[in-house]
Write a protein that binds this ligand. Sequence first.
Ligand code: BGC
Length: 748
Amino acid sequence: MGALILGLVFFLHVTQAQTPPNWNKEGIPNLLKEMTIEEKVGQMTQINLDVICEGEIYKLVEPHHLQQSKLDEAIAQWHVGSVLNCGGHAYPVDQWHQIIRGIEQTVEAKSRMKIPVLYGIDAIHGANYVMGSTLFPQQLAQAATFNPALIQQVAEITAIETRAVGIPWNFSPVLDVGRNPAWSRFFETYGEDPYLCSVMGQGAIQGYQGGNATQLDNQHVAACMKHFLGYSGARTGKDRTPAYLSDIQLREIYMPSFQAAIDAGAMTVMINSGEINGIPVHANPKILVELLRNEMHFTGMAVTDWEDVIKLVKVHHVAVDLKEAVYQAVMAGIDMCMVPNDYDFTRLLIELVKEGRISEQRLDQSVARILELKMNVAKIGDATAVGLKDKIGCDAHIKVAQQVVAESITLLQNKNNILPLKKESKIMVTGPAAHSLILMNGAWSRTWQGVDTTWEDQSKMTVVEGLRSLGGRNVSYRRGCELSSYKKDEKWLKSLKKNDVIIACVGELPSTEKPGDIDDLSLEKAQIKFVNDLIKTGKPVILVLLENRPRLIEPIAEQCAAIIMAYQPGDNAGEVLAKILYGEINPSGKLPFTYPKFNQSLLTYDHKHSEALDQKFGENAYQPQWPFGHGMSYSQLEYKNLKISKARNASAKPTWIVSVEVENKSNRPAQETVLLYLHDQVASVTPSVKKLKRFDKKNIPANGIALYEFVIGTEDLSFIGRSAKPEIEGGIWDVYVGDLKGQIEFQP
Ligand code: BGC
């Protein structure tokens, strides 16, 4: 009976949910006329969930729940337009529903305009703040699949599991190009290449938002491309430190992934917390208006990053006080401010408008974008009633996560075909990453930094558990070493002789943003010493890497029999990794970045010729541990018959069809990604030694052949010229596919 009454109350609540008057795009001008300055500024205000929960900010009362008086203040007094984040850790779906419903009900009861509050969250490798949700490999690993259709599926599932709890806005994908492997957010990128980032990013946008970017259904979420622009270009590689980027670099390297996302209909953008050439991006109208709006034609909504208006005063020192900072950011072009822990932004912006320093028209511009976004993503009524609860972490979703793991894991070295392992082999699994779900998951996993083991899902398999599920008693385990400390145990090392192989799982503790800054890219000395001792046993050592970024392993790499890059594959990876090691799955991942060998040699694959010059006056200075695009298969794959033919496309422009065959000379089916690069032999802006222009992944049956075909157009021959605009000059381009080479000639 109780349930019946509750159900009835709920039904009434849903059906009585009122639509604000003029709640359609044509009605926006009328809505703006009706709204007070306070209500408009409130729409531009985004607060942290902590602000409206019981307890203190960052110290909420467990279990976290809304405090009605604080919520009333946010809605009735400050007219807050958006709330973000969880209060420090993930929630089960029902707890999310209580929070989202609580906010909605307060809007209905206490807000004059009844404009829905837009809830935003970081669901960046699955709905990571929803307990029981599907965790996917981090973005860097996703890029290693070179499979944009799969990445679209990842985003579709993430959207469903996010929407299931009532949240319609996701702060993802990261479209910053990973140019500096030391950067604490390297694992959040799609790697070092602008084209790869563009293609993968478009897949993610399509998956999050569905086909129709102007009106989402209740299975999709608004995407947020971040962090515009140049965030990953910091000179030191430390988080939120200055980038010094020329117009040419900005346009050649950092803009394409954002342009591709805008073209795919990305609804929102988050701004870079850092500075470019001495100007904080949050205070730079050249980037936020001239570039983003006028040149790149972005019409969606721009949100600041965390506390970034405050940082204009406290970190960047470009504003004398917060009021000046609010003025600078709003006049530079932000629409919504992720304040997020007080109402100072709101109060000061109201003052600035009332004093006439900022016009109401300026507010209207941003509020119109916010209202339109809300109309596009949120149906009025109960956001939690979408009926997707059962989909959270369902088998079908886990299967896709496993597929991503299978296609991302990258075989870097395999001497004497030590891999795949035989089932009867005696294996010692060891190392600080061998039995740790947090190291598999990485940051943004149930908590921000992802290091709190309380939130691990114990039903999931670690690497050693995965191996045991296949190898049974032949698999032994001993931790052997900590992440940063190692005590040699001679007796144990001697006993390792009994084994056929040693699998050493090494890596780093998850981290992101400022806590992830490092001074040395090398793998921790303790782990290097440990692996060296394992090598000295004379038994073949297979190294498995679980890390935020490519930690240098030069002192041990050569002596390891095999090396596998597992990235941060998520907690669905244990069994899949084991299947790869035992050969039930043929690896097909390829590095989406250059794996460096030394701290002072952090070249990207698309470096300039001058950077390739070595001490002996050759062109061999690019000597990474492994190059971009490297990744082996258990099959022997031979590239042959590169053919280039010239044609014309529908608009009579010249195009080139490049085809190549890949033969699988083994009895195992394989998957292979073919990468096509161009090298401009001469250009008025120094050309790179090569640039990725196309890639394609295909299945190749055992002893079969696959044909790959690529179409290259004149736009692929363009570069950012001296005028900082795309230019095409006549000349010759080398075409590189695997170890094959051809040429294209073109005169405009
Ligand atoms: C990060 C963003 C994130 C935001 C909200 C910031 O610190 O830089 O990537 O979306 O927090 O959690």
